[in-house]
Design a protein around this ligand. Sequence first.
Ligand SMILES: [Zn+2]
Length: 305
Amino acid sequence: MKERAINKALSRRRARIDEAKREAENKLAAALLIPEISIAHSQYVDKKFNSILNGKNTEGVTAAHKAYLSALAKHGISESDFEYTPLCSNCKDTGSVNGKACDCVWSEYIDCLKEQCNILVKAPFTFADCDSALIIDETQRSSVEKLYKYMEAYSDKLPDVNYKNIVLSGSVGTGKTCLASAVARAAVERGKSCKFMSAYEFNSEMLACHTSPISERTERLHDLLTADLLVIDDLGTEPILKNVTIEYLLLTLEERLNAGLCTIITTNLDEGRIMSRYFERIYSRLSDKRHSRFFNLNGKDLRLA
Ligand SMILES: [Zn+2]
C-alpha cells in the first residue's frame, strides 16, 4: 500500500513539473509567432551560438540580447515569462532538502495514501469528533478521556507499540467506531497504511477470497495482511460463514501479529460472548495480555494505568 502510494505520488509530482515546464515552453513558442520577436530572437541566438562556438564573447551578443528584450517588451512580455518557476520553493522541485524528502513530496504521498486507503470515506471521524461531553458519569468520562489520549499516542507510534491488538468493546453510542476511525485517520496522516472495514465487509472479502482460485488469494489478502493498521469495525454483526469467518479472522490475526502489525477491533460483544461466538483460538489471541488490550467502553474503569 505504502509503496503504491509513493510511486503514485512521485509520478503525479513528475507530471505536474513536466506540465509547468511545458507551459513555459508554450509561452515562448507563442511569442515566437510574432515576427518582430522571432527575428530578434533568432539574431540573438545566432550571435550567442557563434560566441560559444568561437569560445569568446563575440561582439554583438549583448546588443542582440537587448534588441530581443525590447522586442518582447513592446508586446508586454519579459524573458522571465519563459522560465519555468519551480513549483516548490523549498526544494526547487528536486524533491529533497539536505538529503531528506521535502515536505512537498511528503504531502503528495499522504494525499495518495489517503486515496489508496479510502480513509476519508471509511473513517470519517477524527479525534476532534471523539467527544466525552455526553458522558454524564464523571468517573467514566475521565476514564474515556484517558483512553482517547492513549489511542492518540497509539496512532502516533503504531505499529511500533507493545499491544498489537486492541479491542474496543461497548454498546451502541459508546463511541468505539469514532475512536477507531480517529486512530486510523491519524495514522494515515502520519504516513502509515491502513485498512478500515466493517466486519461485514471483512467477511464478504474473505468469502470472495475463499472462493477464488488459490493463485489469486495472496493478492486479495495482501493489503489486509500488510497494512500497518487494520480496523475491523463492529465484529459480531456479520454472519458466521462456515470455513470462512472464523478461519480467516484467525489467519488474519495470526499473520498480522507475526508481522508485528496492529489490529483494532470494535465490537458490541463482551469477552464472554467473543469466546462463545469465535471460540478459544480467536479469543485467546484477543485476550493474550502480552499483545492485546481489551477496553470495555461500557465500564467505568478502563484500567489504563
Ligand atoms: Zn519541495
